[in-house]
Design a protein around this ligand. Structure first.
Ligand code: ADP
Ligand code: ADP
Length: 226
């Protein structure tokens, strides 16, 4: 069974100047431990699709099921990472990563264990007491990824997470993301307009058409490290 199951999704944004149909008939299936990318031209509805799966926006029709539950609003079962850093600026790196665990009132020693594990994965052990403003863009994105993964989400939703980074940092982040996926096997839905990035990272790619976006192709990717 799929972890994320999207059926006949349609999104129409009402507007005074006429409705905008952002997507129609979108069907996707994401299996456990898959790394799925969504690619397509600008404006085809990639962000909209991810926001709906994240529960930040509602579909006009169709359905989204995560592990057999119809989703209603956002939830800790879905971790989200956006293009621009959404860390809490008044919290240290450590407190940012532990945020969801604190909300769940997890015992402090377990929080520490999880924090240390992810600080190590993102190679920021020395920065646990730093504030976001002291970090580079790539480092902030690493913290955002750690914060999302620390909650053990059923699916990690990533919207152009590396698009704002310089080319070298972007390449480093892609390598790190691939390493995380090989080691931890999170289920990921990754939105990007960068087809090379999608091929490098994914086990499957959905290609959407121009707006209104619909699935044009579902492409399995043979990973060199399978
Ligand atoms: P169709 O309606 O086109 O026959 P299915 O309903 O058979 O499609 O679903 C296709 C895939 O989606 C199957 O792999 C199935 O396991 C999965 N699936 C169907 N319903 C759900 C659900 N409620 N939750 C998770 N996965 C589902
Ligand atoms: P992508 O991420 O593929 O670039 P988006 O999901 O951001 O595409 O947008 C899909 C389409 O929906 C675009 O044409 C965009 O202008 C439109 N759109 C997105 N958000 C809104 C909104 N809040 N109100 C009206 N139109 C919107």
């Amino acid at each position: 069974n799929s972890t994320v199951y999207v059926r006949d999704l349609q999104k129409i944004y009402p507007s005074a100047k006429g409705d905008v149909q952002a997507m129609k008939d979108v069907n996707i299936n994401v299996m456990e431990n898959e790394f799925v990318s969504i690619v397509g031209p600008s404006g085809c509805g990639k962000s909209t699709l991810l926001r709906m799966i994240g529960g930040l926006d509602t579909a006009t029709s169709g359905k989204i099921v995560i592990q057999d539950r119809d989703i209603i609003g956002p939830g800790a079962d879905r971790g989200m990472v956006f293009q621009s850093y959404t860390l809490f600026p008044w919290m240290t790196v450590g407190d940012n990563i532990k945020f969801g665990l604190k909300l769940r009132k997890m015992p402090a020693d377990q929080q520490e264990e999880i924090l240390n594990k992810y600080l190590k994965i993102i190679k920021l052990e020395k920065f646990r007491d730093s504030y976001p403003r002291e970090l580079s863009g790539g480092m902030k994105q690493r913290v955002a990824i750690a914060r999302a993964l620390a909650n053990s989400p059923e699916v990690l939703l990533m919207d152009e997470p590396f698009s704002a980074l310089d080319p070298q940092t972007k390449a480093d982040m892609q390598l790190l993301m691939r390493q995380i996926w090989q080691e931890e096997k999170p289920t990921v839905i990754f939105v990007t307009h960068d087809i090379e990035e999608a091929v490098f990272l994914s086990s499957k790619i959905y290609v959407l058409t121009q707006r209104p976006g619909t699935v044009k192709a579902e492409v399995p990717v043979l990973l060199p490290y399978d």
